[in-house]
Design a protein around this ligand. Structure first.
Ligand code: HEC
Length: 121
């Protein structure tokens, strides 16, 4: 009886995990199709939330993926300015997060953060 219970739990866990890794890449359109963003973007107002909602589960904590910790302004800025953060967030064949690009609206906000000069607040 107990054995069957554990087999059921393991099966459910396996199915859930395998589904979360095979989420289809949904094309929600491109940034170019959006009207221009006519406001200033800062780390505090927008970018921090995007990182915490979409990236921190892997790029945070004591052992961040690829050694990239995106939980601070400095690190996020460094990766956007000197690393591949913006490229990976816009690369449909090698996306970050790995299960598919975030919406064009969020990617437009990240692009605007770059052109506005990586403002903190
Ligand atoms: C499900 C876990 C996961 C999530 C969520 C995730 N990443 Fe990653 N990320 C990885 C892994 C694993 C790698 C290393 C393999 C690779 O580069 O594809 C990586 C690599 C990267 C790299 C390349 C780092 C380097 O060393 O050059 C960048 C930049 C990056 N991620 C940014 C992001 C951003 C920005 C987000 C959120 C929008 C994000 N990631 C969300 C798992 C994740």
């Amino acid at each position: 009886m107990i054995k069957r219970f554990f087999i059921t739990i393991i099966t459910i866990t396996t199915i859930t995990l395998s589904q979360s890794c095979t989420t289809a890449i949904i094309d929600e359109g491109t940034v170019e199709e959006l009207p221009p963003l006519n406001r200033t973007v800062t780390y505090q107002s927008d970018v921090q939330n995007i990182m915490f909602n979409r990236c921190i589960t892997c790029h945070g904590g004591s052992a961040p993926q690829s050694g990239l910790d995106l939980s601070t302004y400095q690190n996020t800025r460094f990766s956007a300015e000197m690393g591949s953060l913006i490229q990976r967030m816009n690369n449909a064949t090698n996306p970050m997060p790995p299960n598919g690009l975030v919406s064009p609206e969020l990617r437009q906000i990240m692009d605007k953060w770059v052109t506005d000069g990586f403002l903190e607040n």
